[in-house]
Design a protein around this ligand. Sequence first.
Ligand code: ADP
Length: 163
Amino acid sequence: MKIAVCPGSFDPVTLGHLDIIERAAELFDKVIVLVMSNSSKKPMFTLDERVDFIKRCVTQDNVEVDTYSGLLVDYARDHGAVAIVKGLRAVSDFDYEFQLALINKSLYPKIETLFLSAKSENMFLSSSMVKEVCSLGGDISSFVPAEIADDIYLRCKGDGLND
Ligand code: ADP
């Protein structure tokens, strides 16, 4: 069974993320969406909320969602994953992602990093852009799955949680 990991902070999951997850699920027998806690970023949503959002949006039954705060290649090795699948947006993603891919390969030579190019309509879409637009009262309905838009609006208006 070919297993891939799709790592990210998903704070929150966007239509760009979802597109990559769905395409990865067509290519692999099983995809684990790995919600990573990143100590350098202050998230708007808790790990559990981010996991819940992804579970509500993904329809393919070969997709699982998990959380992790360690070294990605350790998780991949422990879970028998053969690939890390990442989405590539503009050229700006490339340098950093290429560096990560090389580091991961040197830490765990059996792992491959696979880049899927973002769809043109998602090319400039990021979680931080969604949070910014939403906090300023803008319409985010074309950026995030309909299932979670209201939860994001609520948090941006400030429901007191997670501040
Ligand atoms: P962000 O950069 O939005 O904070 P993450 O760190 O959660 O995103 O990213 C997880 C993965 O999803 C990365 O591989 C990233 O390149 C990819 N990704 C993020 N946004 C998009 C998008 N709009 N289209 C395709 N892939 C994306």
